[in-house]
Design a protein around this ligand. Structure first.
Ligand SMILES: Nc1nc2c(ncn2[C@@H]2O[C@H](COP(=O)(O)OP(=O)(O)OP(=O)(O)O)[C@@H](O)[C@H]2O)c(=O)[nH]1
Length: 188
């Protein structure tokens, strides 16, 4: 799930990953929530990522909160040209703490790294905030594609062991119907 203030580039980030394209020009804010699927290969295993793009605007917050608890991973974005979007990251982390699963995987991303002339947040400040919360961090650009795939692949790699564990249990249950059988109540 992609989170962060309105305008930090969540939709562009997802479209760059999904289609390798960048939507420049008019900014159309996301209304509510939307999702895209993409299959990636991780260590030779195909992983289908279902990526939810959320509206950053405050008025949609009650809608998006409902989806937090089903998320396995959260990509939290700020815009390196907007100090406010960076300062709001702490508030986003508080919301995540309140609504998401305790073991959710979180990654902090400083987007729009291509606009270095308007930089308002130093790379070190992003890295230091990420260290404080114990989450991985990288700067990205939805425009050039810098680190976009890397961020998603890192998440997929992190989630894969859990997914394989889940599938193994499901497979064993399917293969051994008796595993789900209830006690019959004694011998006849
Ligand atoms: N230069 C540059 N511009 C970007 C980048 N990512 C997004 N933008 C621009 O920033 C604006 C907002 O991008 P969106 O992806 O729509 O932002 P959002 O976070 O999805 O916004 P909400 O849907 O309101 O939450 C658009 O005008 C994009 O063209 C980037 O990496 N570099």
């Amino acid at each position: 799930m992609l989170l962060g203030d309105s305008g930090v580039g969540k939709t562009c980030f997802l479209l760059q990953f999904k289609d390798g394209a960048f939507l420049s020009g008019t900014f159309i804010a996301t209304v509510g929530i939307d999702f895209r699927n993409k299959v990636v290969a991780v260590d030779g295993v195909k992983v289908k990522l279902q990526i939810w793009d959320t509206a950053g605007q405050e008025r949609f917050r009650s809608v998006t909160h409902a989806y937090y608890r089903d998320a396995q991973a959260l990509l939290l974005l700020y815009d390196i040209t907007s100090k406010m979007s960076f300062d709001n990251i702490r508030a986003w982390l508080t919301e995540i703490h309140e609504y998401a699963q305790k073991d959710v995987v979180i990654m902090l991303l400083g987007n729009k790294a291509d606009v270095s002339s308007e930089r308002a947040v130093r790379t070190e400040d992003g890295a230091s905030l990420a260290r404080e919360y114990g989450v991985p961090f990288m700067e990205t650009s939805a425009k050039t594609g810098m680190n976009v795939e890397l961020a998603f692949l890192a998440i997929a790699k992190h989630l894969l062991p859990a997914a394989v564990g889940f599938l193994s249990v499901a497979f064993l249950r399917a293969e051994r119907p008796w595993a789900n059988a209830q006690p019959s109540g004694g011998n006849k």
